[in-house]
Design a protein around this ligand. Structure first.
Ligand SMILES: Nc1ncnc2c1ncn2[C@@H]1O[C@H](COP(=O)(O)OP(=O)(O)O)[C@@H](O)[C@H]1O
Ligand SMILES: Cc1cn([C@H]2C[C@H](O)[C@@H](COP(=O)(O)OP(=O)(O)O)O2)c(=O)[nH]c1=O
Length: 209
C-alpha cells in the first residue's frame, strides 16, 4: 500500500515500482482509491469534497463511511488480483481513511477513531489486510508545491478541500508518522520522498515474508 500526503508522489511511486517489478519479470496490478468515476460511493465523496452535498464533508464519520464503502466495492477484485498477480499495488488504502479523518478530530480522539476504521473496514467489510505500507514522507510544503504543480499539469486532478487545507495536511502527516511508529494494521516502511526515490531498493521488502 502506498500512503502519504497529497502531492507526496504516490502515483509516481506506483508507476516506478510497476516498471521496476516488470523489469524483474513479475506480474503487477494496481488500484487507486478513491475510485473516482468507477464507484457511486467515490463519486459521492468527490461531490462532498467539492462542496456539492451541503455540509456532508463536515462529518468525519460520514466521509469515512463513504470512503470505506468505495473500497468495499473493490474487495472481491482485490482478492482475485492477489491470487492472480505477484504484486497488487494500492495507491491509498484503509490507512488513508484512518490518517485523514483522525487528523480532523481532536488528538485525544485519534486512537479510538483509527480502531473504529480498522473494525469497520477489516472486520465488518472484510477487506484484505495489506502486507506492507510504504509511507512516502515529504515535508508538507513540498507536498503542497507538488500538488499545485500537478494541478497545473493535469486538470483532472484539481485540489479538493482536504488538499488545500495546510493545517489538515500537517496534522495528517503527524497521524501517519504515529501509525507508522506502531505498525498499525500491518508493517510500515518509511520512504524519503524528497528526492528521486530509488524504486529498486524498495522491491526487496515486498518479497520478504
Ligand atoms: N520524487 C519526486 N521528486 C520531484 N517531483 C516529484 C517526485 N515524485 C512526484 N513528483 C511530482 O509531484 C507531483 C505530484 O506527484 P503524484 O505522484 O501525482 O503525487 P500523489 O499521487 O501523491 O498526489 C507530480 O507533478 C510529480 O511529477
Ligand atoms: C482513499 C481515501 C482518501 N482520503 C482522502 C485523501 C485525499 O485528501 C482525498 C482524495 O484522495 P486523492 O488521493 O487526493 O485523490 P486524487 O489524487 O484522485 O484527487 O481523500 C480519505 O480521507 N480516506 C480514504 O479512504
Amino acid at each position: 500500500m502506498i500512503e502519504g500526503l497529497d502531492g507526496a508522489g504516490k502515483r509516481t511511486l506506483a508507476n516506478g515500482l510497476t516498471e521496476a517489478l516488470h523489469a524483474q519479470g513479475r506480474t503487477v496490478t494496481s488500484h487507486a482509491f478513491p475510485r473516482y468515476g468507477q464507484s457511486v460511493h467515490a463519486d459521492l465523496v468527490r461531490d462532498a469534497l467539492y462542496g456539492r452535498i451541503g455540509d456532508l464533508s463536515d462529518s468525519v464519520y460520514g466521509m469515512a463511511v463513504l470512503y470505506a464503502l468505495d473500497r468495499r466495492g473493490a474487495a472481491d477484485q482485490i482478492r482475485k488480483d492477489l491470487e492472480q498477480y505477484d504484486v497488487v499495488l494500492l495507491d491509498r488504502y484503509v490507512a488513508s481513511n484512518a490518517a485523514y479523518n483522525a487528523a480532523r478530530l481532536r488528538q485525544d480522539e485519534n486512537g479510538e477513531f483509527v480502531e473504529w476504521v480498522r473494525a469497520l473496514e477489516i472486520d465488518r467489510f472484510g477487506l484484505p489486510v495489506p502486507d506492507l505500507h510504504l509511507l512516502l514522507r515529504v515535508p508538507v510544503e513540498v507536498a503542497a508545491e507538488r500538488a499545485a504543480k500537478r494541478e497545473q499539469d493535469d486538470d483532472t486532478r484539481a485540489r479538493d478541500i482536504y488538499e488545500s487545507n495546510s493545517d489538515l495536511q500537517t496534522r495528517c502527516g503527524i497521524v501517519y508518522d504515529g501509525l507508522a511508529n506502531i505498525n498499525w494494521l500491518a508493517p510500515w516502511q518509511v520512504v524519503d520522498g524528497r528526492s528521486n526515490v530509488k524504486f529498486h531498493s524498495l522491491l526487496e521488502p515486498l518479497f520478504t515474508p
